[in-house]
Design a protein around this ligand. Sequence first.
Ligand SMILES: NCc1[nH]cc(CCC(=O)O)c1CC(=O)O
Length: 309
Amino acid sequence: MDLRLGTRGSALATAQSGQFADAVVAAAAARGTSAGGGVAVELVTITTKGDIDRGSLIGLSQTGVFVTALREALLAGECDFIVHSLKDVPTQPYEGLEIVTIPRREDPRDALCTDGRTLAELPEGARVGTGSPRRASQLKAMRPDLEVLPLRGNVDTRLAHVGDDLDAVVLAAAGLNRLGRSADATEPLAVTAMVPAPGQGALAIEIREDAPDELRALLATLDDPATRAAVTAEREALRVLDAGCAAPVAAHAVVSRGRLTLHTRVINEDGTLALNERNSGVLAEASSIGRSSGFSLLGRGAERLMGRA
Ligand SMILES: NCc1[nH]cc(CCC(=O)O)c1CC(=O)O
């Protein structure tokens, strides 16, 4: 089977698509293919609107700018499957496509990247860059003295500001790890202090609904049910809160001994007010755990914190 994997051209997208392609080839070898001819995966680069108007998330009116062009290319038959960072994927399903696989997730944490100092060691008034309202608000909650500045660009561009015009930037540990830049993560931030974005660290593999059974079955072997349950809960809370990746909404679920525990946080812009909700249950209840967390937060005034009421 010769497969075409559509990917964005950024270093992170290319790295994670390449790593997933390797996993597909290995999974095919382990299964043995019906044709007996093995599987080859070719990366096809697709330019997305998110790559062209490279901007901070603050000010992006629409979610999903990074994924739409890939989805259009998949629907048009330019490739056979695509790999997304799940946290960039809007919660509503896309007509004609299906998320077939959610592989085991990478480190879900955010990481502070500095010249070596921890968050506690940064001087009063230190300058920290992030384009994410979720990260900005939680940073201010921990260190109200920090000057949090908007930051644009891909991972390499952001890291280049450290020691230049910024003392620190905050990036997802998963992205740094996938790029082979884990050494730039000075301090992984605890998930209780800097609650990650829904789906952070996870990938989503998408195919057309009419994809051949053989492709579907091969990709499905790489699905991780615990990750799928965790991100289902996180994303359902996000959906109920009607928020996107640019909202100050954080959600992180852990699965342990068959139980899923979801922590959802909504925080105001200056980090002075936060609502936290914790819910747990069995994996099969992932969706309802997320839903009830979202509705509880709405009932407690989440809209006001998000600046919508
Ligand atoms: N919105 C950008 C984005 N989308 C996915 C990742 C990498 C981490 C992940 O896969 O969750 C990043 C970079 C970052 O947040 O630092």
